[in-house]
Design a protein around this ligand. Structure first.
Ligand SMILES: Cc1cc2nc3c(=O)[nH]c(=O)nc-3n(C[C@H](O)[C@H](O)[C@H](O)COP(=O)(O)OP(=O)(O)OC[C@H]3O[C@@H](n4cnc5c(N)ncnc54)[C@H](O)[C@@H]3O)c2cc1C
Length: 397
């Protein structure tokens, strides 16, 4: 039974990096925006998932590809963190870059610091943030358009109406609730832990924080089952088992539990590609360097240099459900293309695009699927966006 009702212009489901960027963009366009998050922290995998590397905004050839809120959030991630940018991207000589891949425009950060910094930005933009609020149902009309969603929180069951919704749940949960097609794929499970350690760990923020990050990533442990609640539980517990084995072995080899022990476990499932929408367009392997007429931003591969993707608007638009956009790791990409796009900078970029597109759709009283992409690009251009490869200065064609 619905116990309360609220009305917004735009409702964003999931306050990971994509959701924060979407809400900021929509609110800065003067819209009344709700941002809903089932946890008690914002930032998703980038914060409660203990991921702490803001992957690059540049192509590894000295050219910045991604701009706007993605760059703003990268800088915000440093605000309450001890880490600096490489000199080539404006960092100080002798700065603390920690783990950093050469001279790419990327940074490591404190997840807790990033959380409080993003919250400051949301407050300033006037976003109505709801924490500890689970999006649990979508109400659609006969045309497959979402009219309202239902949430569960301390106030009970609520109904939130809006003209446009954005799925930034990381798992395409809202699209699925609305009857849209959702796909998954193989994953590997990998516990990232913050630990106290006197020994060697993968990536370290020491000496500034006096703690170390520890990453156990076994890419052989491929999760090939179809992901459901019990399968996810099974793999989460497997990561704890691996952690037990890691510490048991360390102690057997002489480490002391007084100086080497886990401090924080991730609060989110560390499966990377859980669920994504089936969009009007799906990005496939090898489509880096390909021209898309409806590109809404450039995004550089984080695994290799000189490999840039145009991002079709259609990857954010679900094939079936209306009044809905998706952004972040649940946008429509598959296989290796999903692997490239599932990370923090692309989540921020696509979040900004979705938030801006939602705001323009509300103004134009149209479905986001019917939005004039040139209108959207004109708006994004104001925030520095580039859309096609030939716009990158000095790039070979
Ligand atoms: C082990 C691992 C290592 C990684 N390493 C890196 C790295 O080094 N660098 C990098 O850039 N990226 C890395 N990534 C990927 C990256 O962190 C994430 O993919 C990215 O942060 C995704 O952002 P997002 O906003 O799309 O989704 P998410 O971070 O998943 O955010 C979704 C949010 O929605 C909320 N939510 C979900 N369902 C609901 C619901 N029904 N109601 C309300 N709220 C809901 C979730 O609680 C969450 O806060 C890594 C990922 C993993 C798993």
């Amino acid at each position: 039974m619905i116990q309360y009702k609220k009305q917004y212009d735009i409702v964003v489901a999931g306050a990971g990096v994509a959701g924060v960027a979407a809400a900021l963009a929509a609110a800065r366009h003067g819209k009344k925006v709700a941002l809903l998050e089932k946890q008690c922290v914002i930032g998703g995998l980038a914060t409660s998932g203990l991921v702490f590397i803001y992957l690059p905004l540049c192509d590894g050839m000295g050219r910045q590809c991604t701009f706007g809120i993605a760059e703003e959030l990268l800088k915000l991630s440093m605000k309450y963190s001890p880490c600096d940018l490489p000199v080539a991207w404006g960092g100080p000589e002798g700065g603390f870059t920690g783990f950093n891949a050469g001279n790419r425009y990327q940074v490591i950060f404190s997840p807790a610091g990033f959380t409080i910094a993003m919250d400051g930005a949301l407050q300033e933009a006037g976003v109505d943030l709801w924490l500890d609020t689970l999006v649990c149902a979508a109400n659609t009309n006969g045309d497959g358009a979402i009219e309202s969603i239902e949430v569960e929180n301390l106030s009970g069951r609520g109904q939130l109406s809006a003209q446009c919704f954005i799925d930034t749940t990381g798992t395409a949960a809202l699209a699925r609730q609305a009857g849209g097609a959702v796909e998954t794929m193989n994953n590997c499970h990998s516990p990232w832990i913050i630990e106290k350690s006197a020994g060697k760990t993968a990536y370290s923020l020491e000496p500034h924080l006096g703690i170390k990050y520890f990453r156990l990533c076994n890419n052989d442990n491929v999760v090939s089952d179809v992901l459901d609640a019990k399968t996810q539980t099974k793999y989460l517990r497997l990561t704890w088992e691996e952690s037990r084995q890691f510490y048991d072995e360390a102690y057997a080899n002489g480490d002391d539990r007084h100086t080497h022990y886990p401090i924080v476990l991730p609060g989110m499932s560390q499966l990377r590609k859980v669920g994504r929408i089936v969009g009007k367009t799906t990005l496939h392997d090898g489509e880096n360097g390909k021209h898309f007429d409806d590109s809404i931003g450039l995004y550089a591969d984080w695994r290799r240099s000189d490999s840039v993707w145009e991002t079709p608007y259609g990857t954010l638009v679900p094939e079936k459900v209306r009044h809905l956009l998706a952004a972040g790791r649940c946008m429509s990409t598959e296989n290796d293309a999903w692997e490239y796009f599932r990370v923090i900078p692309s989540a921020a970029m696509t979040g900004e695009v979705a938030g801006t597109a939602a705001a323009l759709s509300v103004e134009a009283k149209c479905d986001p699927a019917d939005l004039d992409v040139e209108l959207l690009r004109n708006e994004l251009r104001k925030n520095g966006f580039l859309f096609h490869l030939e716009e990158l200065p000095g790039r070979r064609q």
